[in-house]
Write a protein that binds this ligand. Structure first.
Ligand code: UDP
Length: 494
């Protein structure tokens, strides 16, 4: 290292929801392993869910720490954590009000003067502050290159207005490496969100155009055509650094990830009593909600599939959410003793997915879950609901060949009560394909991708290398005494 280079210091600022915070904390830990001083910014309530994970990394000797973004007392009511919300509208309102963290973020940036900021795409104002202060900002994306390409193409070439997005009407997305057709009812429809959300999304896109580049939790070998397309056709400077969850290589890291929930040892001893690859793991991430009727159909479908299962259900008991109504079919728990485990609340997903008894994953296609399923070498049942999930479903099913669609009518909607009911027979059918002979090809492909993922993260691998290139570029931008004086002047300017 040149003598005038200092240790690189990067701020990592995630959005306060598990699907965004966990992968960015993993990313920060990976940078810290490469000698970068990694500071994670988060609100006090959100910090609790990642405290154990961060202290494990710092106890292991890596330079990673947390800084709290304190909310001014006058701003009481500012969100701290989105995962506890019990409706899509509440989640949206909290997302929009994160902009009120701008002031406290600016103070921290002035005080600590990091070399770069990696912040979530949903915090575009963090890019404005960084630009004002002359600090390079990288956007952190929690989706695939494939979805990033689709979002960009559909932003510039939306389907013609002539239709209302009827179910069954297909739109062929132009200009992509594969012929991708999407059901019109499954294309993200921002008209369903508030106008403020559409504005936030537009601001995020503008901020992205001005940023230093984007960091993606993916690996080149997974989606090479789309990694290239995003860089060349969309024109974004991007670094692939994933699968970042692989930094949790010890049992303790996997148990600690995301905070407290069910006792990990209880799950492991239950799984230990099952045959290798016999159990279906069912989890819909940290935000999806279901009606009580849909939960009942899932229960009956899992039971009818005849395969053992671990099913994680978001626990909103006492928070007024739909799943706080009674939803388990009568006698279900007695009938499934020994064959089914229902986890209410937070599950140690990485630990479970990587257990040898688990043979398939029913997922809502949140990107972290997709990439974690791939990294565990598992075929998947893809059951998307909103956000980028329908795009990820296409990637799993059509492009990668590691997933089967849930089937039944599916349409993009944030609200569980608007979702067509997927019956128990559909659920049972999909699980049988996944776990039975029909899943053989998918399983083989999934195993190949698991190996490729590990190779990408190892020394000499594509993600390892790309992180190294990014570190080098940032070191190259590190301030000299002169630029540092200029920067100090900017920092001092109010
Ligand atoms: N997760 C977990 N336990 C749970 C639910 C979720 O560990 O009970 C983790 C999961 O491993 C993933 C993240 O939370 O890293 C969820 O992100 P994803 O993109 O899959 O879905 P989202 O919650 O954003 O819809």
């Amino acid at each position: 290292m040149d003598s005038d280079r200092r240790q690189l210091h990067i701020f990592f600022f995630p959005h306060m929801v598990p699907g965004h915070t966990l992968p960015l904390v993993d990313t920060a830990k990976l940078f810290a392993r490469r000698g970068v001083r990694a500071t994670i910014l988060t609100t006090p309530a959100n910090a609790i869910s990642v405290a154990a994970s961060i202290s494990r990394a710092s106890e292991a000797g890596y330079p990673v720490e947390t800084l709290l973004v304190e909310i001014p007392p006058a701003e009481a009511g500012v969100p701290e954590n989105l995962a506890d919300t019990n409706s899509a509208d509440a989640q949206m309102n909290l997302l929009l009000s994160t902009a009120r963290l701008r002031g406290p973020f600016e103070l921290l940036l002035r005080e600590h003067r990091p070399d770069a900021v990696v912040s979530d795409m949903f915090l575009p104002w963090s890019g404005e502050v960084a630009e004002e202060l002359g600090v390079p900002r990288l956007v952190f994306h929690v989706t695939s290159f494939f979805s990033l390409c689709l979002f960009d193409t559909l932003f510039h070439h939306p389907p013609p207005e002539s239709s209302d997005g009827e179910e069954g009407e297909l739109y062929a997305v132009p200009g992509l490496p594969h012929r991708i057709q999407l059901d019109r009812s499954q294309i993200p429809d921002f008209r369903q969100h508030t106008p403020q959300f559409a504005e936030l999304f537009a601001k995020a896109k503008q901020a992205e155009k001005k940023c230093f580049g984007v960091v993606v939790n993916s690996f080149y070998e997974l989606e090479p055509e789309y990694a290239d397309h995003y860089r060349k056709a969309v024109g974004m400077k991007a670094w692939h650094v994933g699968p970042v969850s692989l930094c949790n290589d010890h049992h303790g890291d996997r148990s600690a990830r995301g905070g407290a929930g069910v006792d990990p040892d209880k799950c492991l001893s239950w799984l230990a009593s099952k045959d290798p690859r016999s159990v279906t793991y069912v989890c819909f991430g940290s935000l999806c909600l279901f009606t009580a009727a849909q939960l009942r159909e899932i229960a009956l479908g899992l039971e009818a599939s005849g395969h053992p299962f671990v099913w994680v259900v978001r626990d909103l008991a006492g928070k007024g959410g739909p799943s706080s109504e009674p939803w388990l079919p009568e006698g279900f728990e007695e009938r499934t003793v020994g064959t089914g485990m229902v986890i209410r609340g937070w599950a140690p997903q990485l630990l479970l997915l990587n257990h040898e008894a688990v043979g398939g994953f029913v997922t809502h296609c949140g990107w972290n879950s997709c990439v974690e399923g791939i990294t565990a070498g598992l075929p998947m049942v893809a059951w998307p609901m909103f956000a980028d999930q329908f795009y990820n479903e296409r990637l799993l099913v059509q492009v990668l060949g590691v997933g089967v669609s849930m089937g039944g009518a599916m349409r993009y909607t944030l609200r569980e009560e608007e979702r067509p009911l997927v019956g128990a027979e559909e659920v049972a059918r999909a699980v049988k394909v996944l776990m039975g002979g029909g899943g053989g090809e998918m399983r083989l492909r999934a195993r190949e991708l698991k190996e490729a993922a590990r190779a990408a993260m190892g020394e000499g691998g594509s993600s390892y290398g790309d992180m190294g290139f990014l570190i080098e570029e940032l070191l190259g931008k590190q301030t000299t005494p002169e630029t540092s004086r200029e920067r100090r002047e900017m920092m001092g300017k109010q």
